[in-house]
Design a binder for this molecule. Structure first.
Ligand code: GDP
Ligand code: MN
Length: 369
């Protein structure tokens, strides 16, 4: 099981490995108060389990409050490798001169643990020249001071950097043994102007077979409640950062509706595909879900009734509209029983159109007013 960066850093701290001051934030306002507390400049980091976060724009330095606000919002809406940002880690920015790599990992082929290090780490670590990465095997009883000295010398460190490196290596190795990790990685391990070291990132993978001995890790931070709701109904749902919530049946139809919204100069607040055969209860669930999107100002429903009976959709729309006030709804409904569906919706607070173009245009116009 892979831990989030912030969980890995909590472990680092527990074992005495220096990490920057940081605070976890679940939403934009928490992020802003975290920035107040940490101070500027700060680094805002998406908490995701996928790799390549930095390159995907999930790690960003902010210098002003305005920038922090804008970037917190952007990173919260970001997806890295298909995974949405679960939370933000707001961290003090660490000035440094060099980025190294250090890890302790299980080498299954050799049936042993190995410590790997390189003078140059960071986001380009995969493309390091051959030989840049040096290693020492980790004995089952643990690394000795001599082993740590060997690795530090191979990396070519001296002075304060070497002594801190050796101490971090021994702590990381003890962490990986005691917490039963397949991988405990620090990349980058940053070298500061005074030669001291700080762990700017963590990647910790626990051995699943040993997880029962570490119940403290079984709880992941809560998912986005809306995504949880979407998953319950089997909707394909993606949060976006615009203000037109798009709901439809069929992934292709929803995607083309997003295109229409953007062609007309609007921005979608979400992608929600009900799937084929959308029944009344599913339509209702989808509308309640998008009603909970804080940034959505209108809802654009695009339903083509092939398998779906459009009267079902209309009943669903009407039902939800009668429960609570909702952002303006613009619907394109066509297909089986469409005349009956239109009749059902007359006077229900839904603007109904015959073509997706008309509905999308009306929705975009409504938010640009
Ligand atoms: P990854 O892409 O998920 O591995 O993200 P990292 O946490 O490793 O960050 C990517 C890059 O952002 C690092 O290699 C650093 O160059 C930079 N970075 C991360 N944290 C800081 C920080 O506190 N200060 C500065 N100056 N750069 C940082
Ligand atoms: Mn990294």
């Amino acid at each position: 099981m892979r831990l989030f960066e912030y969980q890995g850093k909590e472990l680092f701290s527990k074992y005495g490995i220096r990490v920057p001051r940081s605070k976890l934030a679940g939403d934009e306002s928490q992020a802003l108060s975290a920035v107040e507390e940490i101070g500027l400049p700060a680094v805002i980091k998406a908490q995701v389990l996928s790799g390549g976060r930095g390159k995907a724009g999930g790690v960003v330095l902010v210098r002003t409050k305005d920038e922090a606000k804008r970037e917190a919002r952007r990173v919260l809406g970001l997806r890295v490798g298909g995974e949405h940002t679960r939370a933000l880690l707001v961290e003090e920015a660490s000035e440094h001169t060099q980025e190294m790599y250090l890890s302790v990992s299980l080498n299954r082929g050799r049936r042993e643990f190995v410590a790997l290090a390189s003078r140059s780490g960071g986001t380009e670590v995969e493309s390091l020249a051959k030989g840049a990465m040096v290693e020492v095997p980790v004995p089952l009883e643990g690394l000795t001071d001599d082993d740590s000295y060997t690795l530090s010398t191979k990396v070519g460190l001296y002075g304060r950097t070497s002594s801190e490196f050796r101490s971090i290596l021994l702590k990381l190795e003890r962490l990986s043994r005691e917490e039963e990790c397949e991988l405990a990685e620090i990349n980058p391990l940053a070298v500061r102007f005074d030669g001291s070291l700080v762990a700017l990132d963590s990647k910790v993978v626990l051995d699943d077979n040993a997880l029962f001995r570490h119940p403290e890790f079984s709880q992941l931070p809560p998912e986005d409640p809306l995504e949880g709701e979407a998953a319950k109904f089997g909707f394909a749902f993606v949060r976006l950062d615009g203000d037109v919530a798009v709901v439809g049946n069929g992934a292709g139809l929803v995607l083309s509706t997003l295109d229409l919204v953007s062609d007309f100069g609007g921005r979608a607040a979400c992608f929600l595909d009900l799937g084929g055969g959308a029944q009344r209860d599913r339509v209702e669930a989808a509308l309640r879900l998008v009603r909970g999107l804080p940034n959505a100002r209108v809802i654009l429903v695009n339903i083509f009734g092939g398998i779906t009976r459009t009267t079902d959709v209309a009943e669903g729309l009407k039902g939800v509209l009668s429960e609570a006030p909702m952002a303006l709804v613009f619907a394109r409904i066509s297909g089986a029983e469409e005349e009956e569906a239109r009749a059902l919706l007359s006077g229900a607070g839904v603007a109904v159109f015959r073509t997706p173009q008309e509905a999308a245009l009306a929705a975009v116009k409504a938010v640009s007013r």
